[in-house]
Design a protein around this ligand. Structure first.
Ligand SMILES: CC(C)(COP(=O)(O)OP(=O)(O)OC[C@H]1O[C@@H](n2cnc3c(N)ncnc32)[C@H](O)[C@@H]1OP(=O)(O)O)[C@@H](O)C(=O)NCCC(=O)NCCS
Length: 197
């Protein structure tokens, strides 16, 4: 995956200064510790439970094969957030990327998620993607508000689509964003530099 943004980057948030950097194998233990502290309900939007070491290790393998890019938000050496861009250039949707994002409970509501979503969004634009999607359980009001504020709109509702550890089923909402249209609008306004990073 080609991305032209350079990392690490430092961003000031209400939670203090956050470092954004690419996740690699060296981060496996730190990301596992982060994932295991998250409520499992907050992981239902993911295809697999990342609080399990085997799943995390498969994730790192995908990063190394270049199939996904994950950005970590790090505060004072601890992982406090993660934003991932997933795409499959060999599928019928090579132009589509999925964003997956989660922030630790102790820093929520302090701007880390917004900064992380902006970074991940910029990565997707830099990779030349035309459409982005995100999905989450319908009760994730913060996530829905955040992505709607970035221009995502609801595209699908998948009823009883995921089952939690207690066997309870939850609906999933899928939001989409036609970023190609945004790029075209920027260019129409004479702002091509605004979409280069
Ligand atoms: C979505 C998530 C990453 C947001 O992280 P965060 O660090 O709390 O986000 P921020 O503090 O930057 O807030 C971003 C926006 O979310 C919205 N928001 C935050 N907390 C909210 C709340 N309690 N209720 C409603 N909206 C809220 C606001 O629109 C806010 O925008 P603002 O910048 O104008 O205030 C976090 O809630 C999370 O990890 N949720 C669980 C995982 C999930 O469902 N991910 C979505 C799948 S992609």
């Amino acid at each position: 995956m080609s991305e032209t943004r350079s990392y690490p980057r430092h961003v000031k948030t209400d939670a203090g200064e956050i470092e954004f950097r690419m996740m690699s194998r060296a981060d496996e233990a730190a990301v596992l510790a982060f994932a295991q502290k998250l409520p499992t309900h907050d992981l239902l939007f993911l295809p697999r439970n990342i609080s399990q070491p085997k799943v995390l290790s498969a994730w790192v393998n995908e990063i190394e094969r270049g199939q996904i890019v994950s950005l970590l938000a790090v505060k004072a050496g601890a992982v406090v957030g993660c934003g991932t861009l997933v795409r499959d250039p060999h599928s019928w949707s090579p132009h589509v990327g999925e964003i997956r994002m989660v922030v630790s409970l102790d820093v929520r509501g302090q701007g880390v998620g917004r900064a992380l979503s902006q970074e991940t969004f910029a990565l997707a634009l830099g990779a030349g993607l035309e459409k982005l999607s995100v999905q989450m359980t319908v009760d994730q009001q913060a996530a829905i508000a955040l992505f709607e504020s970035l221009g995502f709109r609801a595209e699908a509702l998948l009823r009883d689509h995921v089952r939690d550890v207690d066997g309870k089923k939850h609906d999933i909402i899928v939001l989409g964003h036609n970023v190609a249209q945004v790029r075209a609008q920027m260019e129409a306004y004479g702002l091509p530099g605004a979409v280069q990073h």
